[in-house]
Design a protein around this ligand. Structure first.
Ligand code: ATP
Ligand code: MG
Length: 179
């Protein structure tokens, strides 16, 4: 079985800028620059034999390229119960259209529909034991956080390799968007 998900990649410069937010004193696992991504659809374990039809189906998606602007930091599922610290992005229609198209195509293939609403985010850290007050102070300090808009010209099929000290994500396929 392959552990798969579909996501957007970020330019190297943006990944390094996100990494500078790191607070090494927290009991948390911070993402490293090569781990940053924005998940559009988590597929979970998939039989390797299904990979060709999955790639064929995703390749049929026709959606326009767009620009994405990271803006705002958030705590998930909520600031009161912070498990994940993430950067949000401006909610532009093209991003949600792409996510909906991907969802439609994978459900057509037989994947279980995603029950949770799409909350686009770039995970910065998995919080192990960070008090909600410390997280709130961090969010307050970075309340004006934003990065320059970047072009999104493709989405990617990733394989996730889970390791005790953090996952490694491998790009299996690139799906270009229309320009
Ligand atoms: P770890 O599980 O070791 O903390 P990870 O969550 O980054 O690492 P995966 O669990 O393989 O690695 O997840 C890959 C991507 O899919 C991540 O962006 C993760 O947030 C997202 N993801 C994982 N599980 C789900 C899920 N059930 N629903 C939606 N997205 C998910
Ligand atoms: Mg996980």
């Amino acid at each position: 079985m392959l552990r798969l998900f579909i996501a957007l990649d970020l330019p190297e410069d943006h990944r390094h800028q996100l990494y500078t937010l790191r607070n090494p004193s927290w009991k948390a696992r911070w993402a490293t620059p090569n781990q940053f991504h924005l998940t559009l659809r988590f597929l979970g374990p998939v039989e390797e034999a299904r990979l060709p039809e999955l790639i064929q189906t995703l390749a049929r998606i026709e959606a326009p390229a767009f620009e994405l602007t990271p803006r705002g930091l958030i705590a998930l599922p909520s600031p009161a119960r912070p498990r994940v610290l993430a950067a949000a992005v401006d909610p532009i229609p093209e991003l949600h259209t792409l996510q909906a198209e991907i969802e439609r195509h994978v459900v057509d293939l037989g994947f279980t529909p995603e029950a949770r609403p799409f909350r686009p985010h770039i995970t910065l850290a998995r919080l192990k034991q960070v008090p909600a007050t410390a997280v709130r102070a961090f969010l307050q300090r970075h309340r004006n956080f934003s990065l320059a808009p970047f072009p999104v010209q493709a989405f990617y099929l990733y394989e996730s390799h889970l390791h005790p000290d953090g996952a490694r994500y491998e790009i299996l396929h690139r799906f270009p968007l229309q320009r």
